[in-house]
Design a protein around this ligand. Structure first.
Ligand code: BJ8
Length: 425
């Protein structure tokens, strides 16, 4: 990463030394995990470039957008509708929450037994090391799990521009009504932030842009059903992660380029791993940049990941929004329908998630499932128990893992994953 961007980081009020040390760790782990992979598609080079410029060129682009009068909106959850953000002439970026930082300071504000994802979002703020967070004109939090809900009360004091969106917990007529009301309120908040009214034309364009991005990812997912798998789970996860902060149109084009290459690989019978490598579906908590711990362990233990049932994966992207509406209210209904279908474990009950896991096992010819739970994440860990029971009853090997962002348990996890992979062979 070039240090040419130091003046920019200064301008954003970041802690340059702390940021340097974070980047060093990030670069090192990217080198070790990503650049050491064999049989990578050539087209992944674009994503290597994006990663090397994640706090550089991309931030420069966002700052240029701000100079031109566009607003930047940061979010922590896939319930924040990008279509509305784009329609109001703003840019949505996902906020970093995939690495531990400033943990001592974090634990003076949050209980120790808070999940790593929430702690990470606090650590990046307290350490002043996330240029996305620092450049955002509005940060959107959402009332999902209890941890996030209560943590936003404290985060609000730290960031000053936090907007909290309420979300339903039960899928019912009242639940849908609540989501609709909240999305209307969010649309108004976006219009106030940017001074740009959402029109039928801009909303339709927003829907089309986001649909195109998701459709490109769908194409990528479907190619992973080939045997041998043409791309590693690590690389596919990276594409899912980059989707949260790259320019939508450029991202879409880059994913299609990977897909073109993967189609050629499939035609030649070439894979990222040899034929017969056990195929694993990962299901559970989101894996945000730079959390590559589990896929690295799995793919260095003789297996390949063929799908992610996760918000950084298919839970976040699988549905498109109906773009056929002609009025703002008609398209807002379509947006509500699209997001209301997300099967996050915050919902009770949440049967759609089990159905989706089964569909993915079939579609990607998975030999087994690893349930990935972040320590102290009650919603996903609670759901992992019935999921494990149901899958095992159907004869699908399942391994439930609970971990955090530290590497302390890496050896122990690797032993368990290796034993699981042996079982699949
Ligand atoms: S839609 S999964 S992105 S809420 S890991 S903070 S649940 S204790 S991240 Fe999520 Fe939106 Fe749902 Fe997706 Fe809480 Fe669990 Fe931590 Fe979590």
């Amino acid at each position: 990463m070039s240090s040419n961007y130091r003046p920019l980081w200064h301008e954003l009020g970041m802690d340059i030394d702390a940021h340097d040390s974070l980047l060093e760790v990030l670069n090192q782990s990217y080198q070790e995990i990503y650049l050491s992979q064999k049989n990578r598609p050539e087209t992944m080079r674009y994503f290597d470039f994006v990663m090397s410029e994640v706090h550089g060129l991309r931030i420069k682009e966002l700052m240029d957008e701000k100079t031109e009068g566009r607003k930047i909106v940061g979010s922590y959850c896939v319930f924040v509708p990008e279509e509305i953000v784009l329609a109001a002439n703003a840019t949505l970026v996902g906020l970093c929450s995939g690495a531990d930082f400033a943990m001592e300071a974090v634990e003076s504000l949050l209980p120790r037994n808070t999940c790593a994802l929430i702690k990470s979002s606090f650590g990046f703020k307290l350490g002043k090391v996330c240029p996305f967070l620092e450049s955002a004109d509005m940060i959107v939090g959402e009332n999902t799990c209890d941890g996030k809900k209560k943590a936003y009360e404290t985060l609000g004091d730290l960031v000053g521009n936090l907007y909290v969106m309420d979300l339903p917990q039960v899928k019912s007529t009242i639940g849908r009504e609540l989501l609709k009301t909240e999305y209307e309120r969010f649309k108004t908040a976006m219009e106030e932030l940017t001074g740009v009214p959402v029109t039928a034309e801009s909303l339709q364009q927003g829907i089309r842009t986001v649909n195109a991005k998701r459709a490109a990812l769908h194409r990528l997912y479907s190619l992973r059903s080939a045997a041998p798998a043409p791309i590693s789970g690590l690389d596919a996860l990276l594409a899912n992660q980059v989707a949260f902060y790259d320019k939508p149109a450029r991202f879409t084009e880059s994913v299609h380029k990977i897909c073109d290459e993967l189609e050629a690989r499939i035609a030649e019978g070439r894979g990222a791993f040899p034929k017969g490598t056990p195929r694993i579906l990962v299901s559970g908590c989101p894996q945000a940049v730079p959390n590559w711990k589990l896929p690295h362990i799995v793919e260095s233990s003789g297996a390949v990941i063929v799908g992610e049932e996760s918000c950084v994966g298919e839970r976040g992207t699988r549905n498109l929004t109906d773009a056929s509406g002609e009025t703002v209210s008609g398209m807002m209904e379509a947006i509500v329908d699209r997001y209301y279908a997300i099967d996050c474990a915050l919902f009770t009950p949440n049967p759609d998630r089990m159905t989706h896991i089964r569909e993915m096992i079939g579609a990607y010819k998975a030999d087994g499932v690893i349930h990935y739970g972040l320590q102290f994440c009650q919603p996903y860990i609670m759901e992992s128990l019935p999921i494990e029971k149901t899958l095992k009853k159907s004869g699908i090997p399942t391994l439930c893992l609970e971990t955090d962002y530290s590497m302390e348990d890496a050896g122990q996890l690797k032993t368990r994953v290796e034993a699981f992979v042996e079982q699949l062979k």
